[in-house]
Design a protein around this ligand. Sequence first.
Ligand SMILES: Cc1cc2nc3c(=O)[nH]c(=O)nc-3n(C[C@H](O)[C@H](O)[C@H](O)COP(=O)(O)O)c2cc1C
Length: 181
Amino acid sequence: MKIMILTTSPNKDGLTEACGKAAKKIIEQNKAEAVLVRLNDLQISACRACNDGFGSCNKTAACQTIDDFQGVQKLFGEAGGYIIITPVYCGEMSESLKTFFDRLRRCEAFAKAGKSKLQEKPYLAIAAAGGSGNGTVFCLSSMERVLNMMKASRFDLLGITKKNKEYMLKAIEAATEMMLK
Ligand SMILES: Cc1cc2nc3c(=O)[nH]c(=O)nc-3n(C[C@H](O)[C@H](O)[C@H](O)COP(=O)(O)O)c2cc1C
């Protein structure tokens, strides 16, 4: 199975990246394919809410704004499951993930567009927070909401902070392994 790991932090050596590496290690140990995408290395602009606000994306599942979005959307179609990791910023998901999800949701969440590329595929959503961990639950809840609208299948939602990192990295490994089964 091909699993997409989507990291959405600007830091290449932070907590988000550590979570991505933990998941990747387990995927590779299990002889599955890991595709790691760092959203912040890409150029993905904001949704323009084209036409009367509905755009054509809800019918065609294609966004009219051409940039790196299309490549990541294609990878979502090819993958059999997802591990999506965001830093917690002000109790929410990162701006890069929010911007990407805004556009992906319009393409994949509506019946008019046909079957969602994420339909029934499992996802693990991970929120990587600072010392306080405040806002982690809200962040995970909004990730769940968007992913459920796109008909993906929740495997688990995990919050990791600098304090619980030692055991939560192990939990991420365990969850990744279970998701592959
Ligand atoms: C703008 C900003 C807002 C933040 N807001 C929160 C927050 O609401 N709750 C929290 O626990 N940590 C918060 N943090 C801390 C980050 O979630 C934490 O540093 C996390 O490890 C960032 O991920 P990274 O290590 O991949 O960069 C914030 C950090 C920044 C830069």
